[in-house]
Design a protein around this ligand. Sequence first.
Ligand code: ADP
Ligand code: MG
Length: 263
Amino acid sequence: MTTVLAVANQKGGVAKTTTVASLGAALAGLGRKVLVVDLDPQGCLTFSLGHNPDRLEASVHDVLTGQLPLRDVVLDTDEGFALVPATIDLAGAEAVLLMRPGREFTLKRALATLDDDYDVVLVDCPPSLGVLTLNGLTAADAVLVPLQCETLAHRGVGQLLRTVTEVQQITNPDLALLGALPTLYDARTTHSRDVLSDVADRYDLPVLAPPIPRTVRFAEASASGATVLAGRGNKGAQAYRELAGNLVAHWDEGAELRTFVTE
Ligand code: ADP
Ligand code: MG
């Protein structure tokens, strides 16, 4: 059985792409067969995994528009997992999809053709609540919401949760909301903690642990194309490994996900 996890938040810069790449590497490190899907026309995930979107012949766009089977666009990466890449063509897929009946189900149908070749599929959603994100949420067993621990981080969370509820009502009754994942967390300030307790109170949304600390290593890795979990001592990488372990225990044994407890 494949578990599909969508990583979504319509706000940009909250570490969706970093979370997909790092969690993918951490889950692969635990022996899982992992596929990551880039659903963002900007192709940042594709680029960070060593493939230049401008030079690719085929991408998720060809799959969503019905021109190629999903298997034909899967690429290898140096991270021990596979990638379905995105190119800027994907920006045009929205318009094509909008004309089609069942447009929210396109990715789900494509993933079904993989016959459980992968244990986990991670979907990197674009920074919008448009038809691409609806495809990610409709294809997913669960959704994780990265949330940057800054003032006003909660703006847009209500809208995102309403979208999740609508998807649960209309296209995917089995979608589980795992919770918010605190990212770019600064343990030295009380500010990050205050933001998290505010979000937890306001929305009745589980805030998962461990929070992912802000570390300069991530900014460096994405700039240099170095492996995502490079530098094993790095606190960010450790946090993603711990989260991966918690997710595996949750999926395999039904263990409850650890949540972040604020005072
Ligand atoms: P999104 O996909 O939500 O737009 P990204 O994953 O691209 O967000 O992250 C936005 C920026 O923040 C990137 O430059 C990334 O390298 C940086 N970043 C992400 N996580 C961390 C972290 N834990 N510490 C430091 N920088 C981070
Ligand atoms: Mg991104």
